[in-house]
Write a protein that binds this ligand. Structure first.
Ligand code: DP6
Length: 321
């Protein structure tokens, strides 16, 4: 059997995914739209070995529990009619302690490497469906640039596709508020938000409309609308989380500091919009010509804790031997 190494880049949702209507198949309540990033990615090597007793998994050279990986590999084995265990080695390429290691790049790289190592040649759509089963956001990391994950109705219809490349020179600045591990895992919190937040139904109807509006705004290269929808989707996601029982927020004081600076910049006419995920870090969506000005405004508070990136490529096979 072949040894395959694949690379997939992480992505940041402009329109967020938050909540599963089917936790087993990872079918989301709403569609989402994302930007795949150039500078943060995962490389994963997979080799199925009939003589191995059990799957083995290392991350950055350190042996890890195999539960989630084995459950995912079972999906690949089923599709390929294989029973062999696999050796899986992953390396996360994120700036040291950036706190941006992501399940999106991890499962997109694993889906591509494992399916190819098992002898399957999946279409981008089927790879996206497979990656989705590992982590919802991974469905979008199969694609470079902008991706739309249409929520779909079932396993066959819930997958991401690439959106056309915009003329806009999109850029993203990551503000590192805290590079440490998350205090609360997003999967459990997502389920609790769906179960207990009285705002959740409002989130579903608003966010689904926003996903479709985002596709139109991107196609029109209308950055004011793209940015506005981006910030609204993030704030509304965090509002549903705050309203859950027990109430919770990932935000830290510096998260608000960064967001205030972004709003001040906008009042001065700078196109900058904040988005936050399942953690306290702030990602600023802007256009390349404004990056230096935004970094200069944030530097007195955040110093070296500012990273700049832009659109990144699709998941791809690096080696196959
Ligand atoms: C806030 O894709 O990590 O980043 O499907 O449970 O693995 P699971 O969740 P995951 O959630 C991502 C949540 C988010 C928003 C987004 O990326 O759309």
């Amino acid at each position: 059997m072949k040894t395959v190494t694949a690379r997939a880049h992480t992505n940041i949702a402009l329109i967020k995914y938050w909540g599963k209507k089917d936790p087993e198949l990872i079918l989301p309540y709403t569609s989402s739209v994302s930007l795949t990033l150039a500078d943060f990615y995962t490389d994963t090597t997979v080799h199925f070995e009939p003589q191995l007793k059990a799957d083995q998994f290392t991350l950055d050279g350190i042996s890890q529990p195999t539960g989630k990986i084995s459950a995912f590999l079972d999906l690949v084995r089923q599709q390929a009619g294989l029973s062999a265990s696999a050796r899986v080695e992953s390396h996360n390429h994120v700036p040291t302690a950036a706190g941006l290691a992501s399940s999106a790049s991890a499962f997109a790289a694993l889906a591509l490497a494992a399916s190819r190592a098992a002898g399957l040649a999946l279409s981008a759509r089927d790879l996206s469906r497979l990656a989705r089963r590992g982590s919802g956001s991974a469905s979008r990391s199969i694609f470079g640039g902008l991706a739309l994950w249409q929520r779909g109705d079932d396993d066959a219809t819930s997958f991401a596709t690439a959106l056309p490349k915009p003329a806009l020179p999109l850029a993203m600045i990551v503000v590192l508020v805290d590079a440490g591990p998350k205090p609360v895992g997003s999967r459990a919190l997502m389920a609790n938000t769906v179960a207990t937040s009285p705002y959740y139904p409002a989130w579903v109807s608003t966010n689904e409309k926003a996903a479709q509006a985002m596709v139109a705004a991107l196609a029109a290269d209308d950055f004011a609308t793209v940015g506005h929808l981006t910030e609204q989707s993030s704030m509304q996601m965090h509002a549903t989380i705050l309203a859950a029982d027990p109430a919770f927020t990932y935000w830290q004081p510096e998260t608000l500091t960064a967001w205030s600076l972004v709003r001040q910049l906008r009042e001065q006419g700078v196109p900058a919009y904040a988005t936050m995920d399942a953690g306290p870090n702030v990602k600023i969506l802007t256009l390349a010509p404004y990056v230096a000005q935004i970094k200069a405004a944030l530097a007195p508070t955040f110093g070296q804790r500012l990273l700049t990136t832009g659109p990144g490529p699709a998941a791809r096979v690096l080696t196959e031997v």
